[in-house]
Each structure stands twice: as structure tokens, then as C-alpha cells.
Design a binder for this molecule. Sequence first.
Ligand code: SPV
Ligand code: MN
Length: 612
Amino acid sequence: MNDHLYFLKSRLSEDMFERLSQIGNEKLYEFLADMIKLCNPTSVFISTGSTADLEYVRKRVIEVGEEIPLKTQGHTAHFDSPADQARARDDTFILSDPMPFINTKNREEGLREIKELLRNSMEGREMLVGFYSLGPKRSPFEILALQITDSYYVMHNENIMYRQAYDEFVRLANRANFLKFVHSIAKYDIKKRRIFIDLEDETVYSVNTTYGGNSMGLKKLALRLTIRRAMNEGWLSEHMFVIGVNGPNGRVTYFTGAYPSMSGKTSTAMLERLVGDDLAFLKIINGEVRAVNPEIGVFGIIEGINSVDDPIIYKVLSSPGEIIFSNVLIKPDGTVYWNGKDEPEPEKGYNYTGEWWKGKRDEKGNLIPPSHPNARFTAPLTLFPNLDKNYDDPSGVVVRGIIFGGRDSDTSVPVLESFNWPHGVVTIAASLESERTAAVIGQVGVREFNPMANLDFLSVPLNVYISKYLEFGKRLQNPPKIFGVNYFLKDERGNYLNSKEDKRVWLKWMERRVYNEVEAVKTPVGYIPTYEILKELFKQVLNKEYSKDDYVKQFSIRVDKYLEKIERIRKIYKEIKGTPDEFFIVLDEQEKRLRDSKERHGSVISPLVYYG
Ligand code: SPV
Ligand code: MN
């Protein structure tokens, strides 16, 4: 027995040590021994992912008070502290040399700091060790991950969200090349909240936070690591949903879609066949793009979910099943309320601020709503009746379209198809901007640059990411079509120009466009739908009359706004060394088309002008 195993034997119960020794991975033993020495837990629980182990976590999470059982069978509630309700950008650092737009920190310094915070952080607590796979097991997509945490809530979340892979660790033994995540609640001192991402060692450390997006290793923390792997290996690790859209005659067409948090991503993912709602791995296999969902659960925003706009999620959340509600309101009857739920707002209850009553204010005098705007639910995919049968297919689904969406009140048309891969990558994906929401800490409403809705998670320089994206398409004879959507366009008076359900129509249009089955109108910024086809689709899909007046308002090309956007985007990329020339060529061409059009037709141009 080597030193690490010898040490582990001294710290683990016989039963737990036996589980570990089945694995036979030296690097794992060394890492775990180091972390036990550092964090100094009172006991260690090795989860094999068995039914009994899952049950143990469900039981302990209630006993220690990290979750509160609710009235409905399987439902529990969890609260994060008021200052820990969203992803903490300012406390998250990549331990590497500086990169534009990315918070970085010197590696040695960072490791020293985080290890100081982790020292004895698990004293009096149990260390939980879990083994998972991102993506279907034994598939070309599989990425193994080790999670260490002292939070039963974190492990409970991950047990719902990720595939158990103790068996894969055992099968691969020393060959397992796994990501590592270390999380500790520590003293839950928000001033000392730190999330440090060590690329070199593929390890992420997170302390003094419990909010899922900061603590759950396999979600956004892993994304930083998988993006880097993807860039090195020639695939894409994206902040995208994966969905199937029903076409004519039983055809199913798969799309992925990237939207910054709270811009309609989850509700779009739920409209038809659900494969995944948040993350996607895309690989070229036999000349086609195939995608899987690294996850098997949903950590979704709950605000605004009601039985009319989101009937499927609403039904899931109202039925028995293993669901964790975080940062919602617990009503006196033991059920939950969230902002926008279709029932009257309760008078009182319990939320992340403690006892809550209607009219309660925070220290700054602002009204505290019943639930936090970034309140969430964690639910297994298997609870969703619209789950696609291929959701766990080891070869993934064939991607024919990629959608990028932002929260944009004044520029982009509701749906747009790019001319080709580079045009889509440059003018839609890499130019994505969105008005900030409550999913990250900070002032909401500010327009933010967010290429591929992935900026928060980038771990390689943006120019490298963009170059690889462009190259990815060049390796394909028939790359997926790239689309842009915007559900948030407003008129001059500030009224939304579309209703929430209109996205159903856009999806059907994009599905048809994949096969060029319906005509489109060519504008300077890309193809848009014809009025005639939308009229037909609105009738078919929503049983609604669609007026020409609405069409003109929604699809007018706001040339000046588009030109301003190009200016903003060009300025950003000009400052990034290594941005490929092709990027600026595509952008310049778009600008020229817009200027030519403006000269002839003015600064806001009706789509009818572009009719053949
Ligand atoms: C998002 O904010 O994009 C989420 C939730 O999907 S989090 O896990 O916080 O990233
Ligand atoms: Mn997300």
C-alpha cells in the first residue's frame, strides 16, 4: 500500500475505504489525501451513486437543515444567504496569465489564497465525494468529474443534475482523466467567497458560497474547464440548450441555442422536445455536428413560470417528484410561491431573508419580493413529459441549426437567418449583446457584450475562441444554419412588439429554413421570414391572425441601430490581439450593405422594401 492509500485508510471508515480502493487510481488517491489533510473533515462519505447512497444524501440534507421538506412528496426548499443569490463574477477568477474580458489571477498566489481558506474548513463536517460523468457514459462525449464538498445540498443537486459514474472510474482506473471540484461552505463568510479555476490542474475550488451556479462543480465551474478541452481538441463546449423541433410529416430537427441567462432560453427549450436546457457539447462525427447534454437535470429560473406561458414546467413543479426549490417563498401551508406564479401573492411566509410578509423592506428600503428574481428549481429531466427519447443517446443528436438569442430592446429583428457560417459566427454569435438580468450580481438592464452567451465562462482568449468557431464550420460540408432571435424588441413607446408565445412560430420557421422549404427575404443583415409564411404559421401554430402592420413593425431593419452595434463590436475586437482578419472582413461587408441600403431607403427600412 502506498503512502496516500495508507493515509486514506487511517481517515476513512472500513466501508468507505473499501469503496475507494475499488477504483485503483493513484492520482485520485493523492488528490483526495491532499484535500482531506487540507480541509480536515470529521468524516468522509464516498458516494457510489447507489440508491442507498442517494437516499443517504436526501436524508442528511434535511437533518442538517440545508433543505426543508415541503408538503408535496419529493419537494424540498433551500436558501442561500441574501448576498449569495447569483453567480459572483467579481469573486471568480481563472488562475492564469491575463486575458481580455476574463478575471484572472496569478496561479501561485491564487492557490495559496484558496488553500488558506480551505484549511480546516470542513472541521466538524462530513466530506462528501461523488463521481460523475458529463455527457452519456461510455460515449465519445464522456468527461469524468470528481466532486468534493461539505454541503449535502450541493451533492443533492449534483445527484439530480449529473450522471453517476463511479463505475466508469472503476473501469478506467489509472486511465481516468477527470476534472476535479472542491467546494466548502467553510464559514459562509461572503467577504471571503472565492471561486478559483486552475486550468493547469483542471481543478476548481469554491468556498464561502452555496448558490448553485457558484458551488455545483459540474455546472458553470466545469464549463470553464471543458471549453478549454474543447478548444484543444477541436469541438465546442457551449452554454446552449439542445432541443428537437417537430417538422412536417413526423420529421424532428435538432437545434442548439445560446442565450444569456433569463432571455427566454429555458422557455424555448421546453416548447417541443427537450434534450437539454443549459449546456451542450458539440462534436463533428462522420461529417455531421452531433450534440449531447452534459447534464440530466434542470437548474432553471422559476420567476414568472405560470400555467399559460410555461405549462410543462408549471405542471412538473406542481406534481410530486424530486425537486429542490431554491430561494422561493415557503408558504405557511408548506407549499411554495414564486413571483409570477398564477395564484395571488401570499401575505406571509418564509424566504431567503427569513420571516417574510407583504411589504417587508431591506436595509436600503427596497421592497423584498416573495422570491428572489434568480430563484431556481432543480429537477431531473425524467420528470419532463416532453423529454426527447434521444436525450441520453451516446452518439448525440444531429444539429442542423444553432440559435443565438439576446435581450435587445432596440436593434435586432425577432428572427434572422445568417447567410452562412462565418456570417452567423461574426454578426450574430460573436456580436451577441444582452441587457443584464438578475442571474449575475449587479445592476440589471445594462447592455452587455456577451459573445455566444458564453463570455462569463471563457477560459481561453476570445480571439482563440472565435477563430476555433470559424474553423469548426470550415471542417463541415454542410454546417448547421446559424439563426438569431430576439424576444424583447420594443417600439418607440417602450412596448414589447411580440407576445411570449411568438417564439413558437419562429421555431417552426427556422425548422423549415433548415431545408430551404420556405422562402425568405434577403436584407443587409441576413434572411428574414416573408409576411406570407408568417401569416400562415401564426394561424397554424397559434391560431392567430398576423397583420402586415405587425410584420412591418417587427421586421423593419433599424439601420442606424445596426450600424451603432457594428461600431461597438468592431471597437471591442480591434482591441483584442489575434482576432482573425476574416472577422473584420465579414463585419465590414455587413456595414457596407447597411450603408448602401440606408442611402436608398433611409435609416429604418420596412421589410417590404426587400421583397424580390
Ligand atoms: C445561468 O445563470 O446561466 C444558469 C444558472 O444557468 S447558473 O448555474 O447560476 O449559471
Ligand atoms: Mn446557464
